[in-house]
Design a protein around this ligand. Structure first.
Ligand SMILES: [Mg+2]
Length: 283
C-alpha cells in the first residue's frame, strides 16, 4: 500500500456526516493545516453491517464469474496481458491490505492515540500478524484454488530490514503467516510479491503484473485501490482523470475487476493536494 497516503487519509471523514474536526499545528509541510480525524471511515469498516455486506457482495460477484473466466481461454483481466496467454494456467491477482486483510485496527490506533501514519508503527502492526480477514475474501480464495486457479498476492507492504531480525524481509513471512492465520490455504513464498522485494518493484504494481502475465492467464484482479488494476493512477493525475479511467474500463468492473471499499486511505486521497477541503463541492 502507498503508506504515505495514510497521512492524508484522515480527510475522508469530511465527506461523511458527524466527523470530528481537529485544528492543530502541522508537523509536516505536506500536511493540511487542518485535519479531519478518520473516525467515520474507520467506524464504518469496523462496525457497520453495510461494509460487511459490501465486501461479501464483491467477493460473491467474483465467485460467480469464475466458471466463465476459466472456460473462456481468451479471458484476461490484465491490460498488461496482450498476447500469447490462452495456453497459460489461470491466476487471480489480489492485493492484500484492505482486500484480504483488514487493517482498520491500525487506523483506529492512530485515532485513539492521536498520531499520524508512522512507518515504524505500521511495521509493528505487520509484525503482530493479527489482521482479520476482509469478509468474503478467504472463502473466495479457497474456492478459486479448488477450481485450479493460482492465487497471487501483489502487495505494497514493503520489504524492510528490521534490527530485531536477520531476515532482510521479515514482512513477507509475517504477511504469509497472517494470511494463513485467517484461513487462506496454499499461501507460498513464490506467490507473495512485496514492494521492494526486487529492485524495480515500487509501489507502482505494473511491473509485477507484467511479470505474472508471462506465466499465467490473469483471470481477475481484486483490490481496494485503482492502482491494483491500472498503472499511473497514484500520482500526477487528477481525481477527475481517475474517474474517467473507471468509465474507460467500465466493462471490466464486476466482471474481471473487483474492488473493495476503502474510505480510510488510498491513492484516491493521495492525488488530492492540500488543502483537501478545496475539493469539496457543496450545493
Ligand atoms: Mg490495498
Amino acid at each position: 500500500m502507498g503508506y504515505s497516503v495514510r497521512l492524508c487519509s484522515v480527510l475522508l471523514a469530511v465527506s461523511l456526516s458527524g466527523c470530528v474536526v481537529v485544528h492543530k499545528e502541522s508537523t509536516s509541510p505536506s500536511r493540511d493545516t487542518s485535519e479531519f480525524i478518520n473516525v467515520n471511515s474507520t467506524l464504518w469498516m469496523q462496525t457497520s453491517a453495510e461494509y460487511k455486506a459490501n465486501a461479501l457482495q464483491t467477493y460473491k460477484a467474483a465467485e460467480l464469474q469464475l466458471d466463465n473466466a476459466l472456460k473462456d481461454k481468451s479471458w484476461t483481466s490484465a491490460i498488461e496481458q496482450q498476447s500469447n496467454y490462452t495456453h497459460l494456467p489461470p491466476a487471480i491477482i489480489l492485493d492484500v491490505d484492505e482486500t484480504v486483510l483488514d487493517n482498520s485496527q491500525f487506523q483506529a490506533d492512530m485515532i485513539l492515540n492521536n498520531y499520524s501514519y508512522d512507518p515504524k508503527k505500521w511495521d509493528q502492526w505487520v509484525a503482530k500478524q493479527t489482521a482479520p480477514e476482509i469478509p468474503g475474501a478467504v472463502a473466495f480464495i479457497n474456492r478459486a484454488r479448488q477450481m485450479g486457479v493460482e492465487i497471487i498476492y501483489i502487495t505494497n507492504r514493503e520489504c524492510k530490514p528490521r534490527s530485531s531480525s536477520a531476515d532482510s524481509c521479515p514482512q513477507k513471512q509475517e504477511t504469509m503467516n497472517n494470511l494463513k492465520s485467517v484461513g487462506v490455504q496454499g499461501v507460498d513464498s513464490e506467490h507473495v510479491l512485496l514492494k521492494k522485494q526486487k529492485a524495480n518493484w515500487s509501489s507502482e504494481k505494473q511491473s509485477r503484473r507484467e511479470l505474472i502475465a508471462e506465466s499465467y492467464r490473469i483471470i481477475m484482479l481484486v483490490g481496494d485501490d485503482l492502482g491494483d488494476f491500472l498503472p499511473n493512477v497514484k500520482k500526477g493525475i487528477t481525481a477527475t482523470a481517475r474517474k474517467e479511467l473507471v468509465d474507460e474500463y467500465q466493462d471490466n468492473w464486476g466482471v474481471k475487476w473487483f474492488i473493495l471499499g476503502n474510505p480510510t486511505y488510498g491513492s484516491w486521497s493521495q492525488v488530492l493536494d492540500a488543502p483537501k477541503s478545496k475539493f469539496l463541492r457543496g450545493f
